[in-house]
Design a protein around this ligand. Structure first.
Ligand code: GLV
Ligand code: MN
Ligand code: MN
Length: 414
């Protein structure tokens, strides 16, 4: 095909900016937690754009949204593309949204060229890729891929103790959660456009990343129960300070991640809640949420085991009660060689440079891989910065991604 790329790049940039303004925080900060007022407004905005493009929109029981461009043969399984529009607190405006609005733009480019796909092309907007509300990432795609059962999903609560059932119902989503899981074959192939969230493409001056492999993420929640008391009256010997115990665990995790010697092992403690959180009170309770990832699942598991061993050691030495809960420990996913070959050829035809790379971030594609062949297309982001308000992808980078996505979709849907 001879694509006329980015029929309306300015329009796409304006849509990205408009979506960014739908936030619980002041610009440039984007905060859009699933089922919040901002999330619901953002969903309405994107659904409106999909309808305006002539796509047929429907939602499942957890709010995953499907916008379908009907192909010439509706009996054939569609080609899926898409990503997420929820955003962690204090985020930027490109994570996920480039795959959603860029995916929509790729469809509009093909429409404007008069292209008729043989297979339908379906844009998917996944519910809660981010773990902010329920502590587990990729809620919608995890359920779609039948990795998280309805029973386990129903046990999820947010920090205020409100359950998933109440929150999804309030957000307007109902129906049996069993219906969210999709069979293999429901999508013929799935391709996700996303910012790299790392520095390599920009550093190497390469237009596009062809993702071959998505790293294995895990999360362990740790609850520490010590003994509180007066910060002045209680002497140092014999204290059972839950926060100093937690500090040892945080450092132990860092040491374990570094000790693998592999650049691909990463570990983070992103949540540390301290009770009662008063300057003159010894912390009696601490909750840690940890995030451990690796391209090698077995090596990731060894770090997880070492963290559990550190919990036992710190608990015994400091006489602080420590319990752990494994939130998730997912295997990595391998991207489909046939889709990668089409993406590579599309990039070449478009005169764009590309390279194969791994994704160290997780994505909905990790779970779509359970039910369909998947691949991901990365564009650079400035300085590798992501999950921060200063996250940035240039118009040219976005245009390259949309162009090559459109070409790839056209080939896959023909
Ligand atoms: C996704 O947002 C991730 O944390 O990798
Ligand atoms: Mn993210
Ligand atoms: Mn993302």
């Amino acid at each position: 095909m001879t694509a006329q790329p980015n029929r309306n790049l300015d329009g796409l940039l304006q849509e990205l900016a408009a979506l960014a303004r739908i936030s619980a925080a002041e610009p440039p900060v984007v905060t859009r937690v699933v089922f919040s007022e901002a999330d619901l407004r953002a969903r309405a905005y994107v659904k409106g754009l999909c309808s305006a493009a002539g796509l047929t929109v429907h939602e499942d029981a957890i709010g995953n949204t499907f916008a379908r461009w009907q192909g010439a043969d509706p009996q054939l399984a569609p080609i899926g593309t898409g990503s997420h529009i929820d955003a962690i607190p204090n985020a930027g405006m490109y994570d996920g949204t480039v795959g959603v609005l860029g995916g929509l733009e790729a469809i509009r480019v093909l429409q404007s060229m008069g292209f008729t796909p043989r297979r339908s092309i379906e844009l998917v907007i996944f519910t809660a890729e981010e773990p902010t509300r329920f502590g587990i990432g990729c809620l919608g795609s995890r359920m779609m891929g039948n990795v998280l059962t309805p029973a386990k999903a129903l046990a999820l609560r947010d920090k205020q103790g409100v359950g998933l059932e109440e929150l999804r119902t309030q957000a307007g989503f109902s129906g049996p959660l069993e219906s969210v899981a999709l069979p293999s074959g429901r999508f013929h192939q799935f391709i996700e456009l996303h910012i790299e969230q790392g520095p390599l493409l920009e550093q190497e001056g390469i237009d596009l990343g062809l993702v071959t492999y998505i790293a294995a993420p895990a999360s362990l929640r740790i609850q520490l129960e010590g003994e509180g008391g007066h910060a002045g009256g209680k002497l140092m010997p014999g204290r059972k300070d839950a926060l100093t115990a937690a500090a040892e665990l945080i450092l132990a995790l860092e040491t374990e991640a570094l000790s693998t010697g592999a650049i691909d092992t990463v570990a983070t403690v992103g949540v540390c809640e301290v009770f009662p959180g008063a300057v003159n009170s010894i912390p009696s309770r601490v909750r840690l949420e940890t995030d451990i990832r690796d391209t090698d699942g077995a090596r990731r598991d060894r770090v997880l085991d070492a963290l559990r061993a550190a919990c036992a050691d710190v608990s015994a030495r400091r006489r602080v009660h420590i319990t752990t809960e494994l939130v998730n420990a997912d295997p990595p996913a391998t991207c489909d060689a046939a889709i990668l070959a089409v993406m590579e050829a599309s990039a070449k035809e478009a005169g764009r440079t590309s390279k194969k790379m791994v994704s160290r971030a997780y994505h909905d594609s990790l779970f779509m891989a359970r039910i369909a062949p998947v691949a991901m297309l990365f564009i650079p982001c400035r300085g590798g910065v992501s999950h921060r308000p200063d996250e940035y992808a240039s118009p040219e980078w976005i245009a390259n991604g949309v162009h090559v996505l459109a070409r790839t979709l056209a080939t896959l849907a023909s």
